[in-house]
Design a protein around this ligand. Structure first.
Ligand SMILES: NC(=O)c1ccc[n+]([C@@H]2O[C@H](COP(=O)([O-])OP(=O)(O)OC[C@H]3O[C@@H](n4cnc5c(N)ncnc54)[C@H](O)[C@@H]3O)[C@@H](O)[C@H]2O)c1
Length: 282
């Protein structure tokens, strides 16, 4: 299968990052947001990011224009009809994603691959919401998508080998290193990462050290690019809570049981960088 047109469903942090990655790789991209204002904000945000890269001489102005020229934004889901590959990247909520997969299945041409960027949810449930389960898989990018090299390709038990091969080739064409993983909550990275993040907040709750010192310790002591609190703020506390809940639901391991602070911060709207307030203020 030859991928030329990529649809992106969702216009949050990851949706806009995915759109940039695919457009940079030469694909025509349609991003669908629920509102025209959301769609326009993706376009403006992407342009602002590319302008900064031109200023830093990482990109020429011609390249910027070419990348933007390959991106269209819309609030109309039917504009994804002609996509060869759709990557869903909306809120980490199984019911919302299942409903969207059922809707996409009716709209997008039957040979197209429908992929999800979910961090933890069972991909098989999304596959079974469609009449083409063999064409459904996970293509899990990392945040920020244009910078992070890794993509996890998630193989639900329903996926055809060809689907996994096409998804892997797509990731490679975007300049990413792909790893294949079974459809288990958290896949590789989040299954290993989130107990660490959760236990960092627990350590702070117990008064073992300050937030800033825990971040400094994990940067300097493990050579991590940022500490756990800065990373939780980057990922988003709501997304992090959904990931922990999905991991706990699947494995019933206490390390995955979200500590109270994270749940209370989400209730208070302190979602991290995107809300300008999380563990730190932005
Ligand atoms: N944030 C990360 O670090 C990260 C990394 C990799 C994968 N992901 C995954 O990417 C997906 C999106 O995460 P994000 O960080 O971009 O979140 P976000 O909060 O930035 O964006 C969520 C998007 O979902 C849309 N949305 C919310 N409710 C909806 C509904 N009922 N119907 C349709 N759209 C709806 C919002 O309008 C928004 O465009 C999630 O599945 C998440 O697990 C996130």
């Amino acid at each position: 299968m030859n991928i030329q047109r990529v649809g992106v469903l969702g216009s949050g942090i990851m949706g806009s990052g995915l759109a940039e990655v695919a457009a940079r790789a030469g694909y025509d991209v349609v991003v669908r947001s629920r509102s025209q204002a959301g769609a326009d904000a993706v376009y403006t945000g992407l342009d602002a990011g590319l302008v900064k890269q031109v200023a830093r001489e990482k990109l020429t102005d011609e390249e910027r224009q070419a990348i933007l020229g390959r991106i269209t934004v819309t609030d109309d889901i039917s504009e994804l009809a002609l996509a060869d590959l759709v990557i869903e990247s909306v809120v980490e909520n199984l019911a919302v994603k299942k409903a969207l997969f059922a809707q996409l299945d009716e709209i997008v041409r039957p040979e197209a691959i429908l992929a999800t960027n979910t961090s933890t949810l069972p991909v098989v449930d999304l596959a079974m919401a469609t009449k083409r389960p063999e064409l459904v898989c996970g293509i899990h990018f990392f945040n920020p998508a244009p910078m992070m090299k890794l993509v996890e390709i998630i193989r639900p038990i329903t996926a055809a080998d060809e689907t996994i091969a096409v998804a892997t080739a797509f990731a490679a064409s975007c300049g990413k290193d792909a790893v294949e993983v079974k459809d288990r909550a958290g896949f590789i990275v989040n299954a290993l990462l989130f107990p660490y993040l959760n236990n960092a907040v627990r350590m702070w709750e117990q008064g073992t050290a300050s937030m800033a010192d825990i971040d400094t310790a994990m940067q300097g002591g493990c050579n991590f690019p940022m500490g756990p609190f800065a990373l939780l703020d980057l990922v988003g506390l709501d997304t992090s809570l959904s990931i922990l809940d999905a991991l706990y639901q699947e494995f019933r391991d206490a390390n995955y049981a979200a500590v109270p602070t994270i749940r209370r911060m989400v209730a208070a709207g302190q979602l991290g960088r995107k809300a300008k307030q999380g563990f730190y203020t932005y």
